[in-house]
Design a protein. Sequence first.
Length: 226
Amino acid sequence: MDFDEAAKKAPPGWRHFTAQDIARLPDAVRAHELARVPSGETEERVLRALFWTLVYHLEPQRWDELAGFEPIHPGVIDLLPPEVGTAVDVGSGSGRLTTHLVKRSRRTVAVEPSAGLRGLLRQRLPEVEVIAGWAERLPVHDGWSELTAACGAFGPDPAILAELRRITARGGTIALISPEEPEWFEANGWRRMSFPPAAPPPHPARLDDFFGPLDPPHEIVMMRAG
């Protein structure tokens, strides 16, 4: 998501953060995120655009609670390959998708830039290899993954899509759950499948107040690596 789009779509909870919170981000994360901020932007727009980054890195428990009340539609999970040797969850967060991948692969790697979310994932799924990394520079060997997947993390960013293809073995599957701009993927040869949105389970109203209406992932785009 580009800067303008991120600023427009920021959930109500962006007001929870201040410029001091941006300064609290890990140095590498702050540099990575501020590199995409155009010059001359107002503090409000920067905070809005960096909302998810601030949540992931400064308040990972808050994100983990949200993910727990936004389960992935079972129909989406059923479309994933049932058995592979290796799988990679890109931008894994605290493991909402990883939990399903470990049941379908003999070895699972989760790539996540947030130290807090990596810690939660290691506690939850100690059998998973959890590593730090950005989607545009994945620390995974060429052609290693038979199933490369992500949930709610990416749109048609050329650098990220190139990395997903690079690490996926020929004939393997790339699957993006609830991606940004699914129409773009469909128009560019990806298989797109959508399921009727499911109501989120009963949850605290404060989650809606902070994140906006909950929307459990119910769409997937997929392609075979060639």
